[in-house]
Design a binder for this molecule. Structure first.
Ligand code: IPM
Ligand code: MG
Length: 383
């Protein structure tokens, strides 16, 4: 922890206090996380049901270069005190990506057993999908990614290093328990959504061990959810379906690697990778879950004040929902959508607003929102 712990909103008896560990990280991470904390404050004041207390951590590539570690040895224990983790971005051109990832982000995901990664997609107002004739709601998807094993389990190694016969193995691991818990989570998420439909993505035609187990477990878990309709799609056919029949998709579950790829396609089809959020969830709530925008460090625009904070805001909304503040989560997302619809957007979305313009407009929309009917007067917001 580098800077001081801050109490952002006064805590009174009717407030729950939500303890947030913030890890802004590298690149534009600090810019978008600061913006996110500002709107979270506005939401807390507006709804009055919770107060935030934020613990900032300086875990980043800069810290790694200085100390040899992205996070201290007891880092995971420090995080366990939080209700949730708000994460910016990590990675820079001077340190190989696999060092950075395994040193910080994957270390947290695996160490806190955040085995479900969720990635909602939707076409935001003011954002244009590259797909023709996409209407509101057509790309309203939730991708659930297995986040603890599969192709990113970390199993493998290298032998004969540096010799012509050098060999490297990268073993995908599928455990019955690991598949069962992600399937159960995906079916329950599908059940919470209006369409109650789940597509299980697989590749069991070619990957005849792990992915056959994956399919078998999916079929068994499906029988626990008779009210959820489901189908199965091979991952290659799924890319085709996402583009050609987007309306046939609602909730999706896929392995670590498959969902990694499909979620980038989903973000592109929704018109912008700059706004997509993700949650690394421990559904059993033994440990804090971690929420992050997926856009990454974006070093080309660092310090220019034009980073799009919408991904960070949507991320904050996911975090509030996870923490049981569904009303606040919806109020925030509605405010963000209204600001986007009013054309107050950063250059990546074709607008001329700066990060702080968008942040100010969202805070304004939150303040003027009618907490009951959720209607904000965005026409009155000036960028
Ligand atoms: C993502 C990213 C990361 C991941 C990379 C950077 C390892 O692509 O969040 O999808 O695959 O987890
Ligand atoms: Mg990815």
């Amino acid at each position: 922890m580098t800077t001081h712990h801050r109490e952002t909103t006064s805590v009174s008896a009717r407030h729950r206090r939500l303890r947030i560990a913030s890890i802004p990280g590298d690149g534009i991470g600090p810019e978008v996380i600061n913006a996110g904390l500002e709107v979270l404050d506005a939401v807390a004041s507006r709804v009055g049901t919770f107060a935030l207390s934020v613990d900032p951590f300086d875990w980043s590539t800069e810290r790694y270069k200085r100390t040899g570690e992205f996070m201290p040895a007891d880092g995971l224990d420090q995080l366990k005190a939080a209700d949730a983790i708000y994460f910016g971005a990590v990675g820079d051109a001077t340190v190989p990506d696999h060092i950075t990832l395994w040193g910080l982000r994957l270390k947290i995901c695996q160490g806190l057993d955040q085995y479900a990664n969720v990635r909602p997609t939707r076409v935001f107002p003011g954002v244009t999908s590259p797909l023709r004739a996409v209407n509101k709601g057509d790309l309203d998807w939730l991708i659930v990614r297995e986040n603890s094993e599969g192709e990113y389990s970390g199993h493998g190694g290298r032998s004969h290093t540096g010799f012509p016969e050098e060999v490297a193995t990268e073993t995908a691991i599928f455990t019955r328990q690991g598949v069962e818990r992600i399937m159960r989570y995906a079916f329950s998420e599908a059940r919470r959504r209006p369409r109650k439909h789940l597509t299980v993505v697989t590749k069991s035609n070619a990957q005849r061990h792990g992915l056959v187990l994956w399919d078998e477990v999916a079929t068994r878990v499906a029988s626990e959810f008779p009210d959820v309709a489901w189908d199965k799609e091979l991952v290659d056919a799924m890319t085709f379906r996402m583009v050609s029949k987007p309306r046939s998709i609602d909730t999706v579950v896929a392995t670590n690697l498959h969902a990694d790829i499909l979620s980038d396609l989903a973000a592109a089809l929704a018109g912008s990778i700059g706004i997509a959020p993700t949650g690394n969830i421990d559904p059993q709530r033994r440990f804090p879950s971690m929420f992050e925008p997926i856009h990454g460090s974006a070093f080309d625009i660092v310090g220019k004040g034009v980073a799009n904070p919408v991904g960070s805001f949507w991320t904050a909304s996911l975090m509030l929902e996870h923490l049981g503040e569904a009303h606040a989560a919806e109020l925030l997302l509605t405010a963000v959508e209204q600001v986007c619809a009013a054309g107050i957007t950063t250059p990546d979305l074709g607008g001329t607003a700066s990060t702080s313009d968008v942040t100010r407009a969202v805070c304004e929309a939150v303040r003027s929102s009618n907490s009951a009917s959720q209607t904000a007067k965005v026409g009155e917001v000036t960028a």
